[in-house]
Design a protein around this ligand. Structure first.
Ligand code: 4GW
Ligand code: MN
Length: 354
């Protein structure tokens, strides 16, 4: 009797166990199927979106792709367009020289992306005298056909002329305080560009181009300069040796670069990139300037020294030849075929201050 009772209990338990296992298996199979289905579904949605003829957004893209057909000379693998200059850094960043790019191809690419460009410039104290020529020549040569915001930082807003701008272009005057020392005027540019990148530029433009104001545009400057982060070769040093570069050499300064290091000597009055990269660059340089200040040292060429240090350890993704920041004092070397952006001679006694 006892034996048969136990045996019955055992039989019932087996039955339960079997039911539980079956239920678990069922749950497992059901979830697996549901998971697979949802994956397929999202994949299907993706391909449906791409295939649907009702999707006007996608059709617009298709039209654009068709419009891309363009006729131009084939690039010649064995015939580089320039053999007299370096066209590529060892870290594979292009160096932009006349004759090395096809602006039509580039314009197509940047127009497709609807790229917006901010040009920052500082006109503090008497340097407002440069702004009219700067803006007027920029209208002729800078990023023609693209969306451009001019950001003029000044402590004399009333002296900024209201010039007529082409469609898609806007002048934004940013009121900022002046500085007692002129060195601070140039160095504080890093801090101000840094602050405005976060507060304003990031919401309004894709790229920033940050330049000196004592300049005029003299020839085409277009989207060929745009890349994640770029600098320009200083016109006085593109043929110079490392020893000749006027880097900061004192080890106490954050900008110090020893004589056995360095790629190029970059101009302080020309850098840029996507807003995020300019934000990082200006943040780094501003902090380095502040540390130097605490240590009672000022780099030999101010912000330019710090920019050179930054570019040594954060390699630019594109470099502009000196065509993009020329000074007539440097004559007309054969390598420089076009002078796109030229320094305006200034009467230092008149314009500068202590
Ligand atoms: C000495 O008295 C000064 S004042 C040196 C620079 C000064 C200065 C510079 C200024 O009074 N107001 C001003 O707006 N700046 C900005 O800093 C302006 O955008 C200028 O292009 C930039 C760099 O100064 P800079 O053009 O005189 O520097 P260099 O001669 O190296 O190009
Ligand atoms: Mn200048």
């Amino acid at each position: 009797m006892v034996f048969t009772d136990n045996w019955r209990k055992f039989g019932r338990m087996k039955c339960w166990l079997f039911t539980i296992c079956l239920a678990l298996l069922f749950i497992f199979l059901f979830s697996w199927h549901a998971l697979r289905n949802s994956e397929c579904h999202s994949r299907a949605m993706f391909s449906c979106k791409a295939l649907s003829t009702n999707n006007t957004e996608y059709l617009d893209q298709c039209k654009e792709v068709k419009l891309q057909r363009k006729l131009y000379n084939k690039p010649e693998t064995l015939k580089p367009p320039r053999t007299d200059v370096l066209m590529m850094t060892p870290w594979l960043a292009p160096i932009v020289w006349d004759g090395t790019f096809n602006i039509d191809i580039l314009n197509d690419q940047f127009h497709q992306r609807g790229v917006r460009i901010g040009l920052t410039v500082f006109a503090i104290k008497k340097y407002t005298v440069f702004i009219k020529t700067f803006l007027e020549t920029a209208e002729k040569f800078f990023m023609v056909g693209h969306k451009v915001n001019y950001y003029v930082f000044t402590d004399r807003a009333s002296e900024i002329p209201n010039i007529t701008l082409s469609e898609g272009r806007r002048l934004v005057v940013l009121d900022v305080p002046g500085c007692k020392r002129w060195q601070d005027v140039t160095m504080r540019r890093m801090e101000m560009i840094h602050n405005y990148s976060r507060e304003l530029f990031i919401n309004e433009v894709d790229y920033l181009v940050c330049v000196d104001v004592d300049m005029r545009f003299n020839d085409h400057v277009g989207v060929e300069i745009l890349s994640d982060v770029f600098g320009a070769l200083h016109p006085g040093f593109f043929g110079a040796s490392r020893q000749e570069f006027t880097y900061e050499r004192r080890s106490r300064s954050q900008a110090c670069i020893p004589t056995d290091e360095g790629d190029f000597y970059y101009a302080g009055g020309y850098f840029g990139g996507i807003v995020e990269e300019v934000y990082k660059l200006t943040c780094h340089c501003h902090q380095a300037i502040m540390i130097d200040k605490e240590n009672n040292i000022e780099a030999i060429w101010h912000d330019e020294s710090h920019l050179n240090k930054y570019f040594l350890y954060h390699k630019p993704t594109r470099i502009l030849s000196p065509e993009y920041i020329w000074m007539d004092d440097y004559g007309s070397p054969a390598a420089v075929k076009r002078k796109r952006f030229i320094g305006v001679p200034k009467d230092n006694a008149q314009i500068r201050f202590k």
